[in-house]
Design a protein around this ligand. Sequence first.
Ligand SMILES: NC(=O)c1ccc[n+]([C@@H]2O[C@H](COP(=O)([O-])OP(=O)(O)OC[C@H]3O[C@@H](n4cnc5c(N)ncnc54)[C@H](OP(=O)(O)O)[C@@H]3O)[C@@H](O)[C@H]2O)c1
Length: 329
Amino acid sequence: MRAVRMAAFGPPSTATIEDLPTPEPDEGEVRVAMRAAGVNYPDLLVMTGAYQHKPPLPFTPGKELAGEVEAVGPGVTRLAVGDRVMVQVEYGAFAEQVIATEGQCFKIPDGMSFVDAAAMGLVYQTGWFALFDRARMTEGDVVLVLGATGGVGLATIQIAKAMGAGSVLAGVSTMSKAQAARDAGADHIIDLSGENLRDSLRDQVMAVTDGYGADICIDPLGGDPFDAAMRALAWCGRMVVVGFAAGRIPVIKANYLLVKNIEVSGLQWSDYRDRTPERMIDAQAEIFRLYADGKLTPHVMDRIPLARVADAMAVIEERRVTGKVVLEL
Ligand SMILES: NC(=O)c1ccc[n+]([C@@H]2O[C@H](COP(=O)([O-])OP(=O)(O)OC[C@H]3O[C@@H](n4cnc5c(N)ncnc54)[C@H](OP(=O)(O)O)[C@@H]3O)[C@@H](O)[C@H]2O)c1
């Protein structure tokens, strides 16, 4: 089988395509024939060696895929050959065949394409746990989503709207992409590209919420957008740290939390996958149910052949992405 390989940590252009032996599933594992694989910002971090968990070299990158179960190991009870599944793994998804535990597989609803399924794992789960576990979103909340046109951003906007947020505000840096955030359901666009973000972000949020502010901010950016968004939270607001795409890890002054009665929490998606797989199965079932009901629709901006993985990663690296890029066989 063909697989993307990294012999050393480095830019995606150093990835090669190699022929590897067909892997055999062990106890509790299945082998999935990959049809589509979602590309994520964290893949870039893993390939360059900047991610918190570094795979042993050489390795196959990729955290999610969709395909068909083609072999089942001993002790597997929930899955059978022929089942259509979406799969979440730590790494290894960018290959024609992938070994996964039963718990890492989520059955795909009838009628859902492999491409859509591969785009509805990691980023939707991240948005789900950020909104409901970390930020305790309830109906009517005002939700500000930064990095709104990226994978996590668009998914989070859609989920917040589908689950009854009162108002969803999309923080957008590249204004030419703003329509994608509107299409995902954002009620207002917050322009992050202007001068003096510290004031301009808060002014915009206060203007569209009649001076109320945001109950929740989901932040995949860090840096200046994080600092500015902290000033736009409502009383008892909740900020969720998801990532640092803007490049700087912010520092928080504790007195600020006290004075404004606000809280800041962090979200690490993979911990839910590894520590509470049953919660992830429930969350993914809800996400797929909302898809089947027409309330969530992944925004797949491009489908690129597996062998052109470097081109797919370049879309992420060069900030050209809107929503998701998916690799296909
Ligand atoms: N904690 C977790 O479990 C978890 C899970 C998934 C992802 N993440 C992290 O979340 C972040 C976003 O992931 P993603 O999949 O949504 O990435 P993505 O699809 O590449 O989107 C990134 C977004 O960030 C914006 N952006 C990029 N550089 C920026 C900058 N310098 N200043 C302001 N905005 C910038 C882009 O908007 P413009 O195009 O408008 O600039 C884009 O909307 C990454 O840091 C990723 O590692 C964390």
